[in-house]
Design a binder for this molecule. Sequence first.
Ligand code: XMP
Ligand code: MG
Length: 176
Amino acid sequence: MTPGETVEPLISAEQIETRLQGLADEIIRDYGEKPIILLCALTGGVIFLADLSRKLGNNTTIDFVRASSYGDGTVSNGKVRLDCHPKLDLASKDVLVVEDIIDTGHTLAYLKKYLEDMNVASVRVCALLDKPSRREVPEAQADYLGFSIPDEFVVGYGLDYAQRYRNLPYVGILKL
Ligand code: XMP
Ligand code: MG
């Protein structure tokens, strides 16, 4: 850890593990044997994808997308672009977006529109975390949600600060 930075635990590895099983059960209940494409939003979603996908059945395939906000600052300003596109042909497929966190909702709204324009059969969203108090796009919601959290900057379990802390096994609040 960089001097002056601390991470205050918020959601333990055990809590994540238990909640992921709950999410997997919900997803299996809803999709049954239907094939699903798990579309992981890089980079933050990658640890979540790895653990969640291994709790789902054999009818899943995995692909990736990377959405970035452009402009200055760390907060997305609604101007989103994709700098990594899916490899698979998603037309007529049931797509489940696997996201680390929904904050303002701009990224998710952009991604959902992008997928709808590709004529997917369906798009749902599975997010590990949600900061509802920060929402600017009300319709950007998770269909499957791990944890609702307060408006704090969190790291760990895929989430970073300056690309660090993604490999922490828990989610914590970054204190600078
Ligand atoms: P929006 O605002 O478009 O942004 O919903 C979602 C993206 O913003 C990043 N984000 C965070 N990353 N800790 C992080 O490491 C946080 O507390 C946090 N809040 C938002 C993240 O990339 C997410 O996909
Ligand atoms: Mg992200």
